[in-house]
Design a protein around this ligand. Sequence first.
Ligand SMILES: NC(=O)c1ccc[n+]([C@@H]2O[C@H](COP(=O)([O-])OP(=O)(O)OC[C@H]3O[C@@H](n4cnc5c(N)ncnc54)[C@H](O)[C@@H]3O)[C@@H](O)[C@H]2O)c1
Length: 347
Amino acid sequence: MRTIDVNIPGREYKIYIEGGLLGRCASILGPIVKGRKAAVITDTNVAPLYYEEMERQLSAAGASPFKVVVEAGENSKSLSVFERVCGEIMENDFSRADCVVALGGGVVGDLAGFAASTILRGVTLVQVPTTLLSQVDSSVGGKTAVNLSCGKNLVGTFYQPSAVIIDMDTLSTLPQREMACGMAEIIKYAAIRDKEMGERLLDGDYELADIVARCCEIKAEIVVNDERDTGERMLLNFGHTIGHAVENYYGYGTLSHGAAVAIGMCIMTEYAEKMGYTKKGTLDIIKALNEKYGLPTGCGHRAELAGAAGHDKKRKGDSLSIVLVREMGDGYYMKVNKSALEDIVRG
Ligand SMILES: NC(=O)c1ccc[n+]([C@@H]2O[C@H](COP(=O)([O-])OP(=O)(O)OC[C@H]3O[C@@H](n4cnc5c(N)ncnc54)[C@H](O)[C@@H]3O)[C@@H](O)[C@H]2O)c1
């Protein structure tokens, strides 16, 4: 089993990674959940696949589990679903000594994390991520959130889990489109922090569990240095600023989030190479990685997209931080004028 330590002072925890771990995680859960109620928040796709095993392991660990199911999909990250979930949990005579388990992808993880951080002013949280994206990104680092109708992730907290349990075998049921979303984040980690991982991804010579572990390690390092997202953590936004503009322009759902991030990484690197900020040839590597993992390398309508990015009403202030790479494995960020984003996207 691979384990990664997340050493945030006073809130240290471990990430456990192994194929089949869900079926034998009782010993990890024991010290955290023994003698407590465990509200397992999950969704309509994941519950039939993995709830029964989760329940078995929690019971074996000495907890009393019960299930709270939300509709699969981003719409469940809402205040109304949050209220319903909290209500269901409290109807089970939940106390501050009890705990919440997030069993699912990033939607469940963000919603359950937000619930755990606010119910009775905060209860213990365990993350059991079941999508590649949530395994390498959203389950680690403690950002929780729900969406408002005017924007994504606008209400939330920083709240660290007590453990993250990653069973690689849960990916066997994950649709290809969702796998590609996770791969986009993995390519991002290679671009900002690990050139050698990028090479292995291109060769195809690796075990996915090692890649997931390396991504968790990178995220843990970054989060320990900058939990509140005021500096280094911004590196994790590589491809995302333009990715959000792409998603907005094409309409959420038309293009997956991962595809939009993949396009964002390419547009940003194309600009940075042209400006001499990025070593020539880096764009070719990022494009080759995207192609290998079924992700796009660009999109049309760049002038219209530029206009939309420039007129994003949610962007406040005159400047914004953009993330670039000097070369593969070496990410950095800089502040630019808001209008620069329009030029970057226009190309
Ligand atoms: N907190 C953070 O730091 C952070 C970081 C990145 C993304 N996010 C958030 O994560 C969310 C996206 O997460 P996601 O991509 O995991 O989406 P998701 O949770 O919607 O999962 C994608 C789909 O896969 C299904 N699914 C999950 N596990 C499965 C499995 N093992 N087998 C079959 N189907 C399965 C889900 O039911 C859903 O339909 C967004 O809301 C985003 O804002 C948060």
